[in-house]
Design a protein around this ligand. Sequence first.
Ligand code: RIB
Length: 294
Amino acid sequence: MKLVDFGSLNIDHVYSLGHLVRKGETAAAAAYQRNEGGKGFNQAAALAKAGQKVYFAGAVGTDGLFLKENLEKYGVNTEYLEVLDTPTGHAVIQVDDDGNNSIILYGGANRRITKEMIERTLSRFNPGDVLLMQNEVSCGDIILQEAASRGLRVVLNPSPMTPEIMGWPLEQVEWFLVNEVEAEDMTGETEPDRMLDVLRKKYPKSRFVLTLGEKGAVCAFNDRRIYQPAFKTQTVDSTAAGDTFTGYFLYAVLNGTAIDEALCLAARAAAITVSRPGAAVSIPEMEEVLAAGI
Ligand code: RIB
């Protein structure tokens, strides 16, 4: 079984401020950092740090070649990552004193994914292999359809949520990993169990993990619900917490771990990520997660 993460790479420009900038306000940042990021990148890093062999597919500009090199340092295979003559995607991230963030995305090379690139890449994978995807690259619907028609198992983190996603062939998704905001957009419901009821009805063959920030996570599959509380930690920066959860959870289920243990492992890893600054750099290695006294 091979796993390919078809997703985004971003240069994250991170500004630390007392509070997130309000409408019409100009505010001085207390600190600035340029980090590696992008939901695709972060999730590949989380998988690799957990111990999973992972292929990365996507696109980057020459200004983002350090992202390719960093993925390789984490042990991610980048043979399906294309270097294009266009700027790399980037994110402008504000982080406030409580560790909350707000993010502006510029797609750049992430939005230059084409049907040809998708076919070229996915033709190298076989039925039973796994595709992990998010919603930061162009042609997401085609990636999903192409993977499913080739017999790949599809794992979708529909982040950031956009109305177009509801037109994708979502019935082909084996695992959805969604947060509360995404689930509310997908269902119109505001209460977690109701969200899962609606999602299960719409996509009866799929399995779901709903992450609830400080309230933990819930997994719904085969008429079962498993609730996982969040581990308490000092929040420094919540960026990439969801990506960490996704990578660790997927690693665990693909390697035969029971769902309750997979949820617990993912929650532990995400708690470590929020306790320090940055996106992929803040994601712990498996050794640290297992040793953590949280
Ligand atoms: O999930 C966090 C990521 O979202 C950041 O690294 C940023 O690049 C945006 O894609």
